[in-house]
Design a protein. Structure first.
Length: 179
């Protein structure tokens, strides 16, 4: 008896994309620039894929979360561009500090080099608000910091973004787990 192979339907898929200022840098996943997003969004609509997960990787890092919460950040521009091109497309985001911290870590560190969980969680909550204000439907805290989901939910609710959903991510490697 031959096993029956079931292929996923397009409406059960989410496209994952890394957005950069330019697509010249090395990457292990597809890289698009903001001007390339409308064509991709329209293609997703045509083939019936209802959602896109956006990770943004700027060319320069601010060393803290400022770049991730700016109204004109790469993530905010990517979300706005996608929503303009395909208003029915569900947009999800990676909510993390790794694109903004100087070492690319998912967390803040104190002057002593120790992980600063309160600052990390506060920064993630601020980023969640900025992403919701850009028009995202689902934010994805990815720092694996204790309290991150609660802080993001509270921040979203307190700023009128109670309908924004949260889908936390699993990080496979983080200094938060170093012995």
């Amino acid at each position: 008896m031959q096993a029956r192979v079931q292929c996923p339907r397009p409406d059960a898929l989410v496209m994952v994309v890394l957005v950069r200022q330019d697509a010249d840098g090395p990457s292990r996943m597809p890289v698009l620039t903001v001007p390339e997003l409308p064509a991709m969004a329209r293609h997703l609509e045509r083939v019936g894929i209802p959602a896109v997960k956006v990770f943004a990787s700027p060319t320069s890092r601010t060393g803290d979360e400022r770049g991730g919460v700016a109204a004109d950040s790469l993530m905010a521009r990517a979300v706005a561009t996608l929503k303009d091109a395909a208003p029915g497309l569900t947009v999800m985001t990676g909510t993390c500090l790794c694109s903004w911290t100087s070492l690319g870590e998912c967390h803040h560190t104190g002057r002593d080099g120790a992980i600063d969980l309160p600052a990390t969680v506060e920064a993630l909550a601020a980023q969640a608000i900025a992403q919701a204000e850009a028009g995202v439907e689902v934010i994805g805290p990815a720092a694996m910091a204790p309290g991150q989901v609660t802080a993001c939910r509270r921040a979203l609710d307190e700023t009128g973004h109670g309908r924004t959903q949260i889908m936390p991510h699993l990080v496979v490697s983080s200094a938060l787990y170093a012995g």
